[in-house]
Ligand binder design. Structure first.
Ligand code: C5P
Length: 206
């Protein structure tokens, strides 16, 4: 069973994907970490995020063993990821890893931006998770504060809007719901409410 969870930054799709994976006994891949790792590697080696060839080389050399690095969870890495992820060569370099992850038994839960549209167009269940930009910024601020990082609300809201704009308008694999995705608006839901709604969607489709 393949469950594709897509949605904008800080929509809660990561938490949802983790919980669905546990519930259905499936491995989970947070595909955003791949793009974050590419950005982090480039930045750490003095590279330029706008350099498509260098970014693609970093993507091809990516070691999936490093995806647990906490440095990938910072605001800077997320911002960098949204820049390198617009390079078609970077997306192409990361495609096979994601497809093989999905193809390995017993299936997978993968969350990202283009899982239902590009990576796993035949996924059994596709959920497109949304929430208002203000609510997403509020959640992101709480997350950062919990990790002891400074959380400037206005800056985070600006970040969320900038990432939405970049992710939705890029030419390759823009953020958008697949035609057969179920949209789940979590603005008024807490994590448990979002999880219950997602389980209902999965159970209705499988
Ligand atoms: O989901 P997360 O915030 O970790 O993603 C960071 C950035 O990586 C996103 O803003 C997006 O530009 C990019 N991304 C992507 N495709 C994915 C996952 C993430 O383009 N499947």
């Amino acid at each position: 069973m393949i469950i594709a969870i897509d949605g904008p930054a800080a929509s809660g799709k990561g938490t949802l994907a983790r919980r669905l994976a546990a519930r259905y006994g499936l491995p989970h891949l947070d595909s955003g970490l791949l793009y974050r790792a590419v950005a982090h590697h480039l930045a750490a080696h003095g590279g330029d995020l706008a350099d498509a060839a260098a970014a693609e080389r970093a993507a091809r050399a990516l070691d999936p063993g490093q995806l647990g690095d906490p440095a990938l969870r910072t605001r800077g890495a997320g911002e960098g990821a949204s820049i390198v992820s617009a390079h078609p060569g970077v997306r192409a370099a990361l495609l096979d890893f994601q497809r093989s992850f999905a193809a390995t038994a017993p299936g997978a839960v993968i969350d990202g931006r283009d899982i239902g549209t590009v990576i796993c167009p035949d996924a059994d269940v596709k959920i497109f998770v949304t929430a208002s930009p203000e609510e997403r910024a509020r959640r992101r601020a709480l997350e950062l504060e919990a990790r002891g990082e400074p959380a400037d609300h206005a800056a985070i809201l600006a970040d969320v809007r900038r990432r939405d704009e970049r992710d939705m308008t890029r030419a390759t694999a823009p953020l958008k719901p697949a035609d057969d995705a179920v949209e789940l608006d979590t603005t008024a839901l807490d994590a448990d409410g979002a999880f219950a709604a997602a389980v209902a969607i999965v159970d209705a489709r499988t």
